[in-house]
Design a binder for this molecule. Sequence first.
Ligand code: AVI
Length: 320
Amino acid sequence: EQQLGPNLTFYDLHPPATDMLEEVTRSLTAPRPHLHPKYFYDEAGSRLFDAITTTEEYYPTRTEAALLARYSSEIQAQLGHANTIAEPGAGSCQKVRLLLERWSPERYMPLEISRDCLLQSTRQLSRDFPEVQIDAVCADYCQALSLPADNLPGGRVVFFPGSTIGNFDPAERSAFLRGLHHLAGPGGALLIGADLQKEASRLNAAYNDAQGLTAAFNLNALHHLNNALGCQFDVNNMRHVAFYNETAQRIEMHLECLCDQELHLGHHQITLKGGTRIHTENSYKFTVEGFTRELMDAGFRPRGCWTDSDDLFSLHLAST
Ligand code: AVI
């Protein structure tokens, strides 16, 4: 525990370093080659993601922001007094600013695996919100979710925006929602964003923007692996593929090899044949009823749901 400013405390839970080489080797040599979406987010990837959120086609971020701006007081009324806002995977801590302004909580607890990102964003935040105590926790998701749930009066509001929940597969998702229930603690609540099912054309456009930012974001995972592991992906001969899988109700992103790719993974050399697809992300899309059911299955009591007039995106409030 380190005091970094009058209202900024830093807690380092020392997230365990994963063996990236081992993990990537295993997933690229699997019968269906895949990569975990976390590999999108090196520095360049995080910048590309921010750029995606400003494109015309990618509606989730701005639609959710508009919902938060429009309904923040209604949500607060449902909540009672929100003493603490906890945010797993807080990243740049941008989205929470509106809630800090409007709800004036006593404490904000961002949980983030990237130490640099956490330090940078909370230093600025603590200056902008001198009246909010910021407890910055460097931890990975799993550690974060098993933190001791102290009984703060009025409970804790867990904020999980962006429909990041859609990037978890169904089994992981239900375990993760249970983890969020634990993190919120007794008398706590969850405010979570979930992207909604809609016409395939709209979804396909959102993941195939005309500027090619989503393609660059997907391909950047390979630059990341080249830089970190020296894999020698020939990125110019890989192609971004994204489509809505209606049966599974999810966007799938893949990277397709346009020719054979000879990869160096530590002491091993592997070949991915031309035409092979590496599955890099799923982004599940929900119905209000379906997502409400998932919240209930994780032990939450639904308190409210807000959607935009085009039913693009939903914000759900649930109590523990
Ligand atoms: C972070 N996550 C919610 C984004 C999504 O839409 O699933 C990641 C993303 N992938 C492509 N574009 C954006």
